[in-house]
Write a protein that binds this ligand. Structure first.
Ligand SMILES: NC(=O)c1ccc[n+]([C@@H]2O[C@H](COP(=O)([O-])OP(=O)(O)OC[C@H]3O[C@@H](n4cnc5c(N)ncnc54)[C@H](OP(=O)(O)O)[C@@H]3O)[C@@H](O)[C@H]2O)c1
Length: 274
């Protein structure tokens, strides 16, 4: 498995398994199967209500815990120091582990004390409950504040990114600050594979449209992907995207697609341009 790294020691397998919206036995079975197929990066969150199911998979699987990168996240209504700490401790209990490899603030808070939340995030890292810390769904301005004003030692950011949504400014900033970028909803929930241009590239190389969409992301320095897939077939196909070869003509065709098709923008989302 191809693994991305940062200077401060984060090792993030480039293809991970997204677990939302799987819960219960279906989630446990999908994670066990993914680990058998070679996945070593699992993405969960308190809000997905499946951490106990992911934990059951970790216990069932023969893969040692230290070989698995585990990401979880704290929800945006739990960003006071006390609530953040309780949230991570509950995640660790549900997952059955003493630490997570990466702990993200899932979304920016509302009327919150940013500095205190970030201070708590950093403290949880220093205590070893989270080996690395990051933020998800932070627009560039807020990310800059966290890094430049508050000096937080982040290792990664997680944002929606796919062939129909550009993230160049965040990606440039991440690269110049030694952060990895995890692309969530990397298949645009099927919309990427439905694009005729993506289908034409897939036909040309004899691969799947979903694999073209993932490889376009994986070819970019510092970008990991976490497609959610429940079936063995889709999990294997997504891992196999690492072997797909795209050429300049393919990249030009993908560059010409619209880059403003955001799939995930709930009512509590920040102003994406702030
Ligand atoms: N940080 C955040 O705020 C945030 C927000 C959204 C998502 N996420 C994370 O990102 C993960 C992925 O995002 P997502 O679930 O929104 O969207 P996605 O990964 O773009 O799309 C998932 C859909 O694609 C299908 N699929 C997967 N592999 C396929 C393949 N090879 N061929 C055809 N279809 C395929 C899946 O079906 P099957 O299950 O049937 O295989 C599922 O219906 C989530 O699970 C979650 O972990 C994070």
């Amino acid at each position: 498995m191809h693994t991305l790294t940062t200077n401060n020691g984060l090792a993030l397998p480039a293809v991970g398994l997204g677990t939302w919206p799987m819960t219960g036995t279906a989630c446990t079975q999908a994670v066990v199967q993914a680990l058998e197929l070679g996945y070593r990066h699992i993405d969960t969150a308190t809000a997905y209500e499946n951490e106990a199911d992911v934990g059951a998979a970790l216990r069932t699987s023969n893969v040692p815990r230290e070989q698995i990168h585990l990401t979880t996240k704290v929800w945006w209504d739990s960003l006071s120091p006390k609530a953040m700490r309780q949230s991570l401790e509950a995640s660790l209990r549900a997952l059955g582990t003493e630490h997570v490899d990466l702990f993200h603030i899932h979304w920016p808070g509302k009327d919150w004390d940013l500095a205190r939340s970030i201070e708590t995030l950093v403290a949880l890292r220093e205590e070893g409950k989270a080996r690395h810390i990051g933020v998800a769904n932070f627009p560039l301005g807020l990310l800059r504040q966290v890094i430049e004003t508050l000096g937080a030692p982040l290792s990664a950011i997680q944002v929606e990114y796919h062939v129909l949504l550009g993230q160049q400014a965040l990606l440039d900033y991440a690269r110049s600050n030694d952060l990895l970028l995890t692309a969530y909803t990397p298949l645009a929930r099927g919309q990427a594979a439905a694009e005729p241009a993506i289908q034409a590239i897939a036909r040309k190389h004899g691969v799947l449209p979903s694999q073209v969409a993932l490889k376009w992301l994986l070819d970019q320095d510092g970008v990991a992907v976490i497609p959610k897939a429940s079936s063995r077939e889709n999990q294997l196909a997504n891992l196999g995207s690492l072997q797909v070869q795209l050429d300049d003509e393919d990249r030009a065709a993908i560059a010409a697609l619209p880059k403003d098709q955001r799939v995930v923008s709930p009512a509590f989302a920040p102003d994406w341009n702030s």
